[in-house]
Design a protein around this ligand. Sequence first.
Ligand SMILES: Cc1ncc(COP(=O)(O)O)c(C=O)c1O
Length: 384
Amino acid sequence: MPLNPRVLSLSKSATLKITALTKKLIREGKDVVNFAAGEPDFDTPDFIKQEAIKAINHGFTKYTPSAGVPALREAIAQKLNLENKIPLKPEGVIVTSGAKYAVYVALSTLLEDNQEVIIPSPYWVSYPEMVKLAGAKASYLAADEKDNFKINPLHLEKAINHKTKILILNYPSNPTGITYTYEDLKAISAIVKKRRIYVISDEIYEALLYDGLKHYSFAALPDMFERTITINGFSKAFSMTGWRLGYLAGPEEIINQASKMIDHTTSCACAISQKAAVAAFKYSDWVEESRRIFQKRRDLLFNGLSACPKITPFKSQGTFYMFCDIRKTGLNSFDFASKLLENHLVSCVPADAFGIDGFIRLSFSTSEEQITKGIERIKNFFQE
Ligand SMILES: Cc1ncc(COP(=O)(O)O)c(C=O)c1O
């Protein structure tokens, strides 16, 4: 049957096999330590849940304006102005069904057929597939381990050609946990300005930064506002993955066009989720507490793995992921992850899913007790 070649070209998630095996083992009652999670393990905070219950009881259960509930767009614009120093009005914000869809809307709005998008590698699994779906071509720019997995501006400049329209930035990064300093971003912005490309800056992990590091939004850099779409959402900071709520923000001439995509695809993000999220920004203490817990877990995992032979963890500066070099084992990522799961019941994500072999991603979105147990099992794995 002839189907859309763009859809046919999409890869099935490379992590699927490991995830399916993890689920099967758990169903069978096996005590799996799950380092493969892509979401916070905390419950959504009560102050948000209560707002959702109120919204339902008050009948706030119908379509909202397609770009989002005015109070939420206002709250997001205010947050972006105050915290991120991005000079935005509420009209520059669109609320979407998850940040993932916000990335897709941004790509589809900016891209013409056969243009190119530079994706730093290792990358979050969905970027290349969304670029393909939008009818464009992904061009990968290796972010070298010796540069701490950050892109080198000289390499960036070389990677740009006349078809290049967009650079995707994601920091703190899934999967490496690394972030960019202000100086790093300044150097990238000089190239972006010179070569007149656009940036989609996915800052969904901005709230989870450790050791006193500060987050700088790309759109706030001199001359970058007009060239940047900022992506963020509620999934990671407020443990709201299932509520499907994210946003894109940027220059109004782009946002106005992008909102037509919402009109004709999803109509709007979930009304109840939107109403509840208006309350979210008032509770920065909750976010800070979860950040503190994640930092403690990161230290536990990093110190534990550092004491294991043949695995080199990179100390995450943010997110809840730890990227590890396993090349000394002589195994490829997939075989390493499969053996660790099958023989020692520890689940992790092989990094071929992120465009690089010889690495794995461990998530510390699990309790300290589980982390300690997982480290013991990994040590046993190496003793074999
Ligand atoms: C880098 C990155 N961007 C976006 C998302 C999507 O988040 P959401 O749940 O809001 O769609 C994720 C989720 O894993 C992510 O890791």
